[in-house]
Write a protein that binds this ligand. Sequence first.
Ligand code: NOJ
Ligand code: CA
Length: 566
Amino acid sequence: MTRRLTIFLSALLLAGSMFAQNNPSQSNAVDEAGHQWWQNAVFYEIYPRSFADSNNDGIGDLNGIDQHLDYLRWLGVDAVWISPMFPSPQVDFGYDVSDYENVDPKYGTLADMDKLVADGKSHDIKFILDFVVNHTSDKHPWFIESESSRNNPKRDWYIWRDGKNGGPPNNWTSTFGGSAWKFDPKTNQYYYHFFYAEQPDLNWRNPAVADAMYGTEAWWYKRGIAGFRLDAVDTLFEDPELKDNPVIDHKQNAFGDIEQKRIYNDKLPEVHDVLKGLRKVADQYNAVLIGETWTDNIKELEEYYGGGKEIQMPMDFMVTMVNKLSPPEFRKRIGAVEASSGWPVFVLSNHDIVRYVDRYGNGTNKDQVAKLLSAMYLTLRGTPIMYYGEEIGMENNDPKRREDVQDPIGRRGWPKEKGRDGERTPMQWNTSTNAGFCTVKPWNAVDPKYKTYNVETEKADPNSVLNWYHHVLELRHTNRALLDGDYVALNESDANVLSYLRSYKGQNVLVVLNMSSSPQKTKFDLASHGIKGTTGSTLLSTAKANQVDVNDISLEPYGVWIGEVK
Ligand code: NOJ
Ligand code: CA
């Protein structure tokens, strides 16, 4: 792949040399448009249990990832975010960490992690870890100490309170069902857990907690880790007076709890102090912070950037969850993040939400939806974060019976909430047993469609979803307008076709996406954007066309045309 020429901005040289002393493996080069490495990178989330199983025990592992670095490089991945691979009782499949500075033996060893980072370097691939900052496992030594007695020095590392009127301290519910408080008979107090009871919330108001977490952050940067995805940052703080949340009348969720407005335990302003603290550490190592930021509006999202002092890459789930092929809706959401001061971060799927081909497709058009929406989010201004397997069109494979469910929320909320097993199935590598993931029983069922949807078969098919992704990513990495260009929305009243221009120093790429199930014709007045010609040369298209007349573009249902206009 063509790599981009970079120049060093003199203003960054001093910081760069300081950084080099800490970690010579990372540099803070910026490109001529002033973009940093994470702005030009394509990120790819790997759920380590499910990506590749090197020792055939049915569970994916770090060496499995290592064995597929050539594939990731070929695909066009520049940075991999690994979901938690730390030691964990695995109640929440790794999001219950019992040691932040080690690797769970199921996934390998610290030496394997070091090797992965080193091999990644030779493939030009960086690694980002998943920092579970809101809570630990209840088996973390900190919590074991904390629960041992009311006087233990670590007692205040978590949120312990007396009960009220014979029950928990207030009405807060866990997002995973039931009260957010668990009673401990030994010390006669309750502790707070926004997620499972096995995930007690840390008390970030205690400076010792903050110090320990900042220390861990730096510890991994020194090992060559290039950043973190920050888990559940919205819920780091709770109202000190523990006021009851208002309830939403008569609205019951899948767990049978009455829904509440989480005004006292979600997105409290103090969160921003912690994010500034984490960022300060990150900046010493040229590292990036990605946020799991469930925002309700653009103002909230904008706050997470903190004017350049907090998260560089808060994920914009408002785009992720448009959930219908609606150009007006996408235009509105993309326009909103474009108008904000932050760098956009686009995600379509992850380990917590149903895969996008199922959310946007009608069951018969999944390949078309995969090509259409990947053409969108991989050509927008901003950084895309892919989810493993989307590039081969992997679908959700949800459990059919409650007894098959592994994700505890699926057992608790069945049948309304089926849990997240369906979007966490083993990666499909080839047509052999279990899609080439392992030959023993895999930890989670392989999607039966793997005979058609797998890396090997799709690599050989020029029209596959995989080859489409490969081509879009190649274009994204080599085309200056796509890398550095502005975003200009076009034909904004078109209800069927989403179109935009990406322009950089006189180079213009036009992206035209038919989001409807019928053929569409469209035309563009590009003269008002300083483009005189009306002939577009095709860069990538779902139809066979080398050139188009921009006054008369025809698109088949869900068709895509991307081309250069002068
Ligand atoms: C968000 C993670 O993405 C999810 O998988 C996990 O269950 C919760 N945070 C709790 O850590
Ligand atoms: Ca394994």
